[in-house]
Design a protein around this ligand. Structure first.
Ligand SMILES: [Zn+2]
Length: 112
């Protein structure tokens, strides 16, 4: 794995892409997930909310395969850590529920 993990302090705050300044999590929008060209994925411990083709291609299993086994054994962190995508950052945001997080993967080089 070749990512840098950055832990965000508060839950329910907008998350801004450091490369294009777009709010990729924007709570003022009804559709609060707003992926930009640098967004590799947005996931919670319960499953993926968004994934780019470029990132999915580097994972051991597809999101469909992961979600097909959608039960207590789903482990998003494990799936992410198996990716071979080079050089990216993951923002980890506390969901306000004990032990539950949202993960947002961002890469400096636009993928679209
Ligand atoms: Zn961006």
């Amino acid at each position: 794995m070749s990512f840098q993990l950055i832990q965000l302090e508060k839950n329910q705050v907008n998350v801004t892409c450091p490369y294009c300044q777009q709010d990729v999590l924007d709570w003022s929008q009804e559709q609060y997930i707003q992926p930009c060209a640098h967004t590799l994925f947005i996931a919670m411990d319960l499953g993926f909310e968004y994934i780019s083709d470029a990132y999915e291609a580097t994972m051991q299993r597809t999101v469909d395969e992961i979600h097909a086994h959608d039960d207590d054994s789903i482990n998003i962190w494990h799936e992410i850590s198996q990716s071979t995508f080079p050089d990216y950052v993951i923002y980890q945001a506390d969901l306000g529920v004990e032990g539950m997080y949202r993960y947002i993967g961002l890469t400096a080089k636009a993928i679209d």
